[in-house]
Ligand binder design. Sequence first.
Ligand SMILES: Cc1cc2nc3c(=O)[nH]c(=O)nc-3n(C[C@H](O)[C@H](O)[C@H](O)COP(=O)(O)OP(=O)(O)OC[C@H]3O[C@@H](n4cnc5c(N)ncnc54)[C@H](O)[C@@H]3O)c2cc1C
Length: 401
Amino acid sequence: MVKSYDVLVVGAGPAGAAAAAVLAGQGLRVGLIDRAEHPRPKLCGGLLTAKSVEALGRIFGLGLAELAKGGGLFHQTPQYLFLHQGRELLRGTAAEPFRFVDRPAFDALLTSVAVARGAEYLPGRIVEQCDAATGLVRLRGGEELCGRFVIGADGANSVTRRALGSDISGGYDRAEWRRNLAAAIEVELPVGQGPGQFPRPVLVPELHVGSPSAGYGWVFPGPNGPKVGICGLRRGKRDGRDFGAIFLEFLRLLGVAEPEGVALHGHPLPYGNALTRPASGRLLLAGDAGGFVEPLFGEGIFYALATGAHAASGVLCGLKNGQAAAAVEYGRLLARTVRPELVWSNRLRWLLFWAMQNIGAGPIRGFVQSSPAALAEMVHGRRSFKLLQRKTWEWGQGVGE
Ligand SMILES: Cc1cc2nc3c(=O)[nH]c(=O)nc-3n(C[C@H](O)[C@H](O)[C@H](O)COP(=O)(O)OP(=O)(O)OC[C@H]3O[C@@H](n4cnc5c(N)ncnc54)[C@H](O)[C@@H]3O)c2cc1C
């Protein structure tokens, strides 16, 4: 017999945990499926902006004390560095701190809140197929589960996304999706002067631009040593080549000796490919699965939390007003909050990338130095990517409405 749920959530990352926490909090029967079991590894810089912290409070009722105690929060600082090909452009201090979490502990805490509210956590189950029309989900091994709705929050390599179909009119354009899928590589290095070690401790996050040309690099504090990464679109002559080679160049620029011996880890990052129609039938996609990552700085945790909660609100509306209402409500909430930010950040990034490739560091220097406070406020969510306007809406709008 097929086991039935009000809602099946596929993926217990930030998007899936947010959706499950909101829905279970409303007394619904929620199944939260994941191929792995927490704490599981996740390649991520772990940077939390102020808007993410705000969203965690609204969705999960979690504050900084809980994050520090069991959610992997290990560092915070208001300082940041902006560099172009190794040269410092800006040393800034934001009004609010940037916070850093260890993703395995962080994701485990979020899932534990969903479970405490009544969601059934189903780890170690790999979803192989999903039917958007019926809400049927098939697991590896043949078991089938059914949801009145399914929230696909299974990350950048989403299996549930395939259920949208490839028909551009009703589904999504796979070629376009791939064009805007960034490659990302990140390693955590021990501090030291030896081969493959990072030459200095890192307490202030660094953002590096200039290589890759349609992307950026970072050096963040990590729980066990500095985290160094790059992310970018594999376009053009230079970035179309081996991305690993670009990363090794970056490590050399940072003073890492003999970086060839470092084991590299990669993961795709949606980078400008938020789906215009992330819902079909009984299926709603959230987080990386729907391409909801901010396409300039690559921030994804906040957008996963926000879209997970919005998808849950869509489902609540669909359960009340009929299936079709879910997609409509989800689309409405996205259009009010997340979507305009992604559109404007995409415009800004193409302007900056184009200027860097064709003019040099001047425009980006002008951009970051002209108003460092406003820039930090934009990243934290106090200002919009739309011309740095002060935002007039709340990130949590629509959560559990
Ligand atoms: C190198 C790198 C660095 C990053 N750094 C930052 C950062 O510093 N700050 C930031 O805000 N964002 C960062 N991001 C982006 C951020 O990690 C993602 O946007 C975020 O994790 C998306 O959350 P999610 O819940 O949508 O997906 P995920 O966190 O990827 O979770 C998806 C879940 O689905 C499960 N799953 C996948 N397939 C299946 C299946 N078939 N069946 C069952 N379960 C499945 C997985 O096990 C996983 O638990 C970074 C990304 C990368 C690649």
